[in-house]
Structure formats: C-alpha cells, structure tokens
Design a protein around this ligand. Sequence first.
Ligand SMILES: Nc1nc(=O)c2c([nH]1)NC[C@@H]1CN(c3ccc(C(=O)N[C@@H](CCC(=O)O)C(=O)O)cc3)C=[N+]21
Length: 292
Amino acid sequence: MILLDGKKVSNDIKNEITEEVKKMKAKGEKVPHLAAIIVGNDGASLTYVASKVKACERVGFESTMIRMSNTTSEIELLDKIEELNLNDEIDGFIIQLPLPKQIDTQKVLMAVDPDKDVDGFHPMNFGKMALDMSTFIPATPFGILELLDRYNVETKGKHTVVIGRSHIVGRPMSILMGRKGFPGNSTVTITHSHTKNITQITSQADIIISALGVPNFLKAEMVKDDVVIIDVGITRVADESSPKGYVITGDVDFENVSKKASFITPVPGGVGPMTIAMLLKNTLLARELRHK
Ligand SMILES: Nc1nc(=O)c2c([nH]1)NC[C@@H]1CN(c3ccc(C(=O)N[C@@H](CCC(=O)O)C(=O)O)cc3)C=[N+]21
C-alpha cells in the first residue's frame, strides 16, 4: 500500500508557488491577491478560511478575509461580490460554502466575475471544464487530479466509481476522470443516495473517490484488492479524549480498507491540504490571466 501523501505534495506545490512569487517580486510585478468572503460563524468554515489565509502568507500572496454576519441578506452579499469584481487589487476571490439559508447559493456564485472565480464554481467555468477548455478547476477535484498525477496512478481504462454528486466534488470529479488525457480516460460511474446495491458497484471499482460525508462508510468488504482510494470525507466526530474535542474522520474505514488498497489517501493529511494548495494555484493563474 502506498500512501497518497497530500500533506507532503501540497508542501511541494506551495514551495513551487513561493518560487514563482519570488520571480514576480524580482521583476517588480504585483503579487497575487486572494480574497475570501465568509458569512456566519460556522466553526469548520472559519478554520478552513483561516488555513487559506495562512497558506497565502506562506507563499507570499496578499490576502483579504471578509467576514459578514449570519443575518446578511442576499443583496448585501451580491453588493460585496460586485465590489470585489470591480476591485483591481483583487485577482481572485471565493465565497466560503455553505451559505446561510436566506441566501440562494447558485445566484451568488453566478455573480462572481468568471475571471476571478478561483473556486471554479461559476457555470461558465464549470461548462468550460466539461468542454475541455482551459479554466479554473474546482480546488478539491484539481487537488485529486494532481495527487494521481504526482504518484503516477494509472487511470486510463480503469473503472472509477465516484460516491456523491455534490457540485463542488462528486459532479466535477465524475466529468474530469472521464476526460481525455491523464489523469482521465477512466470509465466513470457516479453513485448517490438513490443508488441501489452500492457494494455491487464499489466492488467492481479500480478507483473509488468518496465524497459522501458519512464517517467510515466504505468498508473493506465493499472493495476489491489493489483498489485506489481517494477519501474526500472530512467529518468532525465528537471525541472527548482528543484536545479539540473532535476528530476529523473520512468516509473510509482506513484501518481495514488500507490493507486491500494499492494507493490510499489518509484523513487528515490527504485531499484537504491539496484543496488549499490548488486554490493557491488557481489564484496564481487568475493573476496571470489579468496581467498577461
Ligand atoms: N467556496 C468554498 N471553497 C472550498 O474549497 C470549500 C468550501 N467553500 N467549503 C468547505 C469545503 C471544504 N474545504 C476544505 C479545505 C481544506 C481542508 C483541510 O485542510 N483539511 C485538513 C484538516 C483541517 C482541519 O483540521 O479541520 C486535512 O484534511 O488534513 C478541508 C476541507 C474546502 N471547501
């Protein structure tokens, strides 16, 4: 079994980006600037945005975190987005999800200037992705592709099973794994809450990408020998014995599934850190787009 070490690879990527930023500075160019809007006080969301800001500092990017209250109206958020669209200092920005229920997420994501949409959530960018055009690929799927690439995991002709059809992971992942090129050229099955007999499907998979959010859902009996496992689950499970009062738990029963797997991502330290590294990569791309 080979561990797909997202923590290590994300560090390599951050070092590569740091070098790029040094070159920009040496040429007297403006460094990339990422902004993040966070609405409300969700603990996990605040942690993620804080790690994004920290990652920006680490590679030498500028960053701005914009906090808005839990009672923010849709109009107020749309106004803020328009402000960032027009602000020439900002190369790219994200709106941390999930949003409070009074706000229509799809409407908000459509208000982002596609050229600053470093999350790749605007329908224009999603469409470009599906059509093999160059664009921002959502950070989590992009991170998974990068991990498969750097560990040279064969995807061509393999049966990839994606668990979950969310707009930010499952759906784009199912498209990307079936595209031409590497990593891609897989035969893809996407499964979701209405899928019948999921074990029958997962047990035929060469590659499983699980983005379900149900701790320890995928058991050893559900997979075949030498399967490649990508665990996107990051559920906080209460645990009094740990210092933070919770442990981050993936969708995969790692202890038992890892014994059968050829490659597997750990949680934490797998897909999560890659997501942050690829957001930086998209921000660098956005900066290059705007100053070409
Ligand atoms: N607009 C938007 N863009 C996102 O990319 C986005 C989002 N909203 N909403 C929530 C999800 C989730 N997400 C993660 C990022 C990093 C870790 C990460 O670094 N995880 C660490 C553990 C971090 C911890 O201690 O909680 C790890 O897996 O090793 C996890 C999850 C980005 N998301």
